[in-house]
Ligand binder design. Structure first.
Ligand code: HTE
Length: 713
């Protein structure tokens, strides 16, 4: 490359991220693909080949502006087009019932409008093991037959319009994380990739097998949340209508094939589709759902004959108001396994949102704590730390992360700790250079790099971090900060374009940053940066350079988190609530090496029940009171008076995420962090212990558990 006059690092920077997901859910799937290939598990990942993945975030006057990212326009060399695997997917139409020659009831789905699914394959190599798995993504193409009909009618323009609209199915990723938008195109996307994938799976099975009774022995399908839930119904349709099996046989095959992972309990994320919309788009599938529900309701009634409310609560159909199909209920009933993504999250789904189902079939429920791939999140993204680790304990950790335990004794080795700090320092210098390039501001690499990177959401409480930064700013201004330990606060993340409060949070952080970074009185002590367009390639620069990981969600809300694990692996210490996988991180690293604060999940529940009054907490916290007042009085918005009122009002009046309830404990814990950082050697030792104890958070461990406990592969 050098001979040709190219710098390989410039080339890397040109490479667009394939941003085909929103946040942790999609990234987890990517880590799983890496682990499945590395563990030599024969597996395929299925999804949509979006023309436009997650939008590119730009910041204008402190606010997020979304721009489409053209990741395919310069060509994508990592994929193979596979026109030979093009599949027809049907929509709309109606069902026709008849009796066949044997007198059996048969159903035909007729007068459909069809779209083609074109396969694009991206090879997923395992690590040094000769295994290559496949990620198969579907792209929508108009179907020739469907066009011809119109062309024959002589309506050329209508035919072209329909061609365009059918190809829109794979045009763009819906950009809200953990919020379900009930729009028809989204349901079309879900059925489109699901139906293509099911046909692909059945075709491959039939190439080598004739007896569908063995289907569950050959095939396991893991549903990544409810987005592909309709796959359960599609397999039933194939087995009943195409393969002529009877209901009980088809249902037994289906439930032994599917397993369901729930990734969140947030009510706004739980998918439900209006029966009317669903029935128009997929009339045959609605009939099958009714039959599944009919039989399931009979079972529930049989089990609890005197409990009239239970069938209503457990029904696949929500009958309150305009009827809707509950996709999570469909997944639970149609699967042999239901799992949560951390220990706490699993306990909560069993006792809360899915309690009735846990009572009904407790054997289905299990926990699979998330993990991350160390090949990307340490070996590739942090080459300096990787080299230091391998020099001392060998390279075994690359495929067995528990090997990192061998680092534990090094936490007491002064010479090693020096080298460990040099690595962190060099990584911080790299990130400082990036920030200087992006923002034009100098960064003190001796300061604590205090980082919160994730989607912007009220439950993740970026506002708690922002209020803390305002409070620190005030304490420096007042001269009450004592010997202040310098901090560089780094925040990044995308807001859903329609999520007003999240976008306003970005604006607030940027405005706070503008004031603080310009104020000479605090300059060598505190800096705040919002880094734009958070994505995997930016994350790879941030984790290796982080000292402190902010994992401050309202307890009970973050199902797991996976960023928390990436920080830990790279030697950052965590400040966090007892939420999601933070609890398991604390268990692994020991309470001396993590900064836990705030109300626990059950305390949050109790506070909610007894009536949370934010003002009570505000009255008892002069620091919080002053920080909030500064925002209210437009100190950070002198030219846009009142813009942050919605934030202040929400925190003050009815905040379901209880920011004020945890503020004082958070502030006190941040003071402990600063004090701890002053002792550079003991901080480095704790940093080593974080990396050393992160072994269980490898996605290799997670995937092995899925393989042996759910898939039996
Ligand atoms: C959880 C996160 C968890 C991650 O899955 C999440 N769930 C969703 N997105 C996430 O990042 C999600 C998105 C849309 C619909 C439903 C759920 O919030 C992987 O680490 O805590 O399990």
């Amino acid at each position: 490359m050098a001979e040709l006059g190219y710098d390989i690092d410039d080339i890397y920077e040109q490479e667009p991220d394939p941003g085909l997901g929103n946040g942790g859910l999609g990234r987890l799937a990517a880590c799983f693909l890496d682990s499945m290939a590395t563990l030599a598990i024969p597996a395929t990942g299925y999804g949509i080949r979006y023309d436009y993945g997650i939008f590119k975030q730009t910041i204008q006057k402190g606010a997020q502006v979304e721009v489409p990212e053209e990741w395919l326009t310069l060509g994508n060399p990592w994929e193979f087009e596979r026109p030979e695997f093009t599949i027809k997917v049907c929509f709309y139409g109606k069902t026709a019932h008849r009796t066949d020659k044997q007198g059996k009831l048969k159903v035909d789905w007729i007068d459909t409008q069809d779209v083609l699914a074109m396969a694009y394959d991206t090879p997923i190599p395992g690590y040094h093991n000769g295994v290559v798995n496949n990620l198969r993504l579907w792209s929508a193409r108009s179907s020739a037959e469907f066009e011809l009909e119109y062309f024959n009618d002589g309506d050329y323009i209508k035919a072209c319009e329909d061609k365009i609209s059918s190809e829109n199915i794979s045009r763009v990723l819906y950009p809200s994380d953990t919020v379900s938008k009930g729009v028809e195109l989204r349901l079309k996307q879900e059925y489109f990739f699901t139906a293509a994938s099911m046909q692909d799976i059945v075709r491959r099975f039939k190439a080598h097998n004739t007896d569908f009774g063995t289907f569950p022995d050959k095939v396991a399908i893991q549903l990544n949340d409810t987005h592909p839930a309709v796959a359960i119904v599609e397999l039933m349709r194939i087995l009943l209508d195409d393969e002529d099996l009877d209901w009980d046989t088809a249902w037994d095959i289906t439930t032994r094939t599917f397993a369901y992972t729930n990734h969140t309990m947030l009510p706004e994320a739980l998918e439900s589709w209006p029966v009317k919309l669903f029935g128009e788009l997929l009339p045959r599938h609605l009939e099958i759902i009714y039959e599944i529900n009919h039989r399931f309701m009979a079972e529930v009634t049989m089990r609890y004959p005197h409990d009239l409310d239970r069938p209503r609560r457990m029904s696949l159909i929500d009958e309150r108001g305009a009827r809707r199909i509950r996709m999570s209920h469909l997944c639970i009933v149609g699967s042999h396994s239901v799992n949560g993504v951390s220990r706490l999250h699993t306990e909560l789904i069993k006792s809360d949102i899915f309690k009735d189902f846990y009572d009904f079939s407790p054997e289905k429920f299990n926990a699979k704590t998330n993990g991350i791939t160390q090949r990307r999140w340490l070996k590739k993204s942090n080459p300096r730390l990787s080299a230091l680790i391998s020099e001392n304990i060998g390279e075994g950790w690359v495929t067995d992360l528990t090997e990192l335990k061998k680092l534990v004794p090094f936490a007491e080795d002064g010479g090693f700790l020096d080298k460990w700090r040099e690595v962190k320092q060099a990584n911080k210098k790299d990130l400082a250079a990036y920030i200087k390039k992006e923002k034009g501001v100098d960064v003190d690499t001796g300061s604590i790099f205090d980082v919160q990177v994730k989607r912007i959401h009220e439950y993740k409480r970026q506002l708690l971090f922002a209020l803390y930064l305002v409070a620190e700013y005030l304490s420096i201004k007042h001269g009450t900060a004592g010997d202040f330990v310098p901090r560089t606060a780094i925040i990044a993340g995308k807001a859903a374009p329609s999520y007003t409060m999240a976008k306003l949070t970005i604006k607030l952080v940027n405005n706070i940053a503008a004031v603080i970074n310009r104020d000479p009185a605090v300059n060598d002590k505190l800096k705040v940066f919002f880094l734009e367009n958070y994505r995997v390639s930016l994350a790879e620069k941030i984790f290796p350079a982080s000292d402190l990981s902010e994992q401050i969600s309202t307890a009970g809300k973050e199902a797991s988190g996976t960023g928390n694990m990436k920080f830990m692996l790279n030697g950052a210490l965590t400040i966090g609530t007892l939420d999601g996988a933070n609890i398991e991180i604390a268990d692994e690293v020991g309470e001396e090496n993590i900064f836990i604060f705030g109300k626990k999940a059950h305390e949050i529940q109790e506070l909610r029940k007894s009536g949370y009054d934010p003002r009570k907490f505000l009255l008892n916290s002069p620091v919080l009171e002053e920080a909030l007042r500064l925002i209210e009085e437009n100190f950070f918005s002198p030219f846009e008076k009142g813009i942050f009122n919605p934030i202040c009002d929400s925190l003050l009046l009815n905040d379901p995420f209880m920011v004020f309830a945890d503020f004082d404990d958070y502030l006190a814990t941040q003071k402990k962090v600063s004090a701890a950082y002053l002792d550079r050697n003991s901080w480095a030792a704790r940093s080593v212990l974080n990396t050393a104890n992160s072994g269980m958070f490898s996605s290799d461990r997670t995937v092995s558990e899925y393989a042996s406990e759910i898939w039996d592969v």
